[in-house]
Design a protein around this ligand. Structure first.
Ligand code: NAD
Length: 491
């Protein structure tokens, strides 16, 4: 099978790498593609970065109103190709078609928001700060920027950054996850139809060597990274060492608190969709469920029934609620963590370790699992599982739950289910996490809001999406001007 090509200078270009890794359908292990990877990635990157640099020098001079026009076309092309793109996401990532379409809608919303860049980039102006002196601030492009994406959203995550970066006058190099490169290739076939300047948007495949080449290249000015916490920390530190602007989103372990006054039926359904949606491979997936107070309300049983009712299978088949996890390695890692949770004293209320999925014997399936009463001083309680595993804990008070949450090293999101406004207010004020949901299972911010994240879930200052993205992808210049009416007057 021929290795996938990079997209450099608006041309599909063979990688300098001779070695490849396989992309397999996670439900069947069918070989989908071979991705170039290895020590020659630095050469590929250098070509893409230099091409981006040339393109940006002209593009930054194009009026912003014209720079957003290709985004309107991209939105239309993404809408028209939604079904085909969703199928590719499902094939390579294992999501259900509904999840794949949902991801694409989120990507498109970011394109739509970035179409407002002419407004978002508007400058600030102060007249007569002293007699005859005006002062104003303008925003200018940075140069070549880069996006390094994880496997779990093959389309969406790049769009937290890409549309804003180019609308602000920058070039961008995209490095998709080597586990799911095919969706971005399809999207680049659409980008190819936009008549963008040659080299403005490039895509280079690869792994660590490709990422290091981006981090070390002097023409790269800003890095947007999304992935696991250890790699995010590395990117942040190394990016800073090489003088770059960095936003690095990391891992998570998202808690959901259920108070005794929550509506049990609605809550159990929403919470189990949050835990098991995308097979638990979402950075905002509910992971630790803290049921507070009286357990006689039936929440334990409702969560169990809801989890048990999920129909697992291949996402292209109808009636499937949950697909496989991404790789056999991932499946083994998750099962090891379930085993460790039991060794640490948890009750395995629902065991999904070895499901039978008819027709898909080779798939990386794990069925919904519930670990109840995990040891609070164990390893599993603080480890991101990134699979369809709910950790169910019982707490006496909402203060106990908040104190538990605030001890976590992560701070991506936290959700509360209640019918009390006062409890909701206390929760949103006191909880140390960047995205808060009240009676919401997945607290994913819409495109006009920053995708916040605190503690070890984010390294940097400005987040992806909305106004933060505009600030991240521009540098400010402050101008003070004096235009005295009478030049003979002494300054
Ligand atoms: P990952 O960290 O393994 O990989 C992410 C990217 O970094 C990939 O493009 C990969 O090629 C590259 N990479 C991997 N190891 C590297 C290294 N040592 N040096 C340089 N680059 C490296 O993450 P993943 O497994 O693809 O994605 C899952 C993780 O992403 C989870 O931890 C999840 O929580 C996190 N995530 C976070 C968010 C968020 O918004 N905070 C969103 C989605 C996913």
């Amino acid at each position: 099978m021929e290795a996938l090509k990079n997209y450099i200078d608006n041309t599909w270009t063979a990688s300098a790498n001779l070695s490849t890794v396989k992309v397999l359908n996670p439900a069947t292990q069918e070989l989908l593609a071979e991705v170039p990877i290895g020590s020659a990635s630095a050469r590929d990157m250098d070509q893409a970065i230099k091409s981006g640099h040339q393109a940006h020098l002209e593009w930054k001079k194009v009026p912003v109103m014209r720079r957003v026009q290709p985004l309107f076309k991209l939105k239309r092309l993404m809408d028209e190709n939604l079904e085909d793109l969703a199928q590719t996401i499902t094939l390579e990532s294992g999501k259900t078609m509904e999840e794949s379409k949902g991801e694409l809608m989120r990507a498109i919303e970011n394109i739509e928001t970035a179409c407002g860049t002419p407004m978002l980039m508007q400058s600030e102006f102060s007249e007569d700060i002293a007699s005859g002196v005006d002062e104003f601030m303008i925003r200018q492009a940075l140069g070549v920027t880069a996006c390094i994406a994880p496997f779990n959203f093959p389309a969406m995550i790049t769009f937290w950054f890409l549309p804003y970066a180019i609308a602000c006058g920058n070039a961008m190099v995209v490095k998709p996850s080597e586990k799911v490169p095919l969706t971005m290739i399809k999207i680049f076939h659409l980008i190819d139809q936009l008549d963008l300047p040659k080299g403005l948007v490039n895509m280079v495949h690869g792994g660590k060597v490709a990422v290091d080449a981006l981090l070390e290249h002097s023409l790269v000015k800003a890095i947007s990274f999304v992935g696991s916490t250890d790699v995010a920390k590395y990117i942040y530190a190394k990016g800073a060492q090489y003088g770059k602007r960095v936003q690095a989103q990391g891992g998570a372990k998202n808690p959901v608190v259920i108070l005794p006054d929550a509506d049990i039926e609605m809550t159990s359904k929403i919470v189990s969709d949050s835990v098991y949606g995308c097979a638990g491979q979402r950075c905002l997936a509910a992971s630790v469920i803290l049921s507070v107070g009286d357990q006689k309300n039936g929440i334990r049983e409702a969560l169990y029934e809801s989890a048990k009712s999920k129909h697992i299978g291949f996402g292209l088949d109808s009636g499937v609620d949950m697909g496989p996890v991404i790789t056999p390695d991932s499946k083994s890692r998750i099962n090891r963590l379930i085993n460790l949770g039991v060794e640490e004293g948890a009750n395995l209320l629902l065991d999904g370790r070895t499901p039978k999925v008819s027709g898909y014997d080779k798939g990386n399936f794990i069925a919904p699992t519930i670990l109840e009463n995990l040891a609070l001083d164990g390893k599993v309680i603080e480890t991101e599982i990134f699979g369809p595993v709910m950790s169910l804990l019982h707490m006496n008070t909402v203060d106990d739950a908040i104190s538990f949450i605030n001890k976590s090293k992560y701070g991506n999101s936290a959700c509360l289910f209640t019918s009390s406004g006062a409890s909701a207010r206390k929760f949103r004020n006191e909880v140390m996490a960047g995205n808060i949901g009240i009676n919401i299972g997945v607290a994913a911010p819409m495109a006009q809001f920053p995708f916040s994240g605190w503690k070890d879930s984010f390294f940097g200052d400005l987040h992806g999406q909305g106004r933060h993205a505009i600030e991240f992808f521009t540098q400010t210049k402050v101008v003070i001007e004096r235009w005295p009416k009478d030049w003979s007057r002494k300054f």
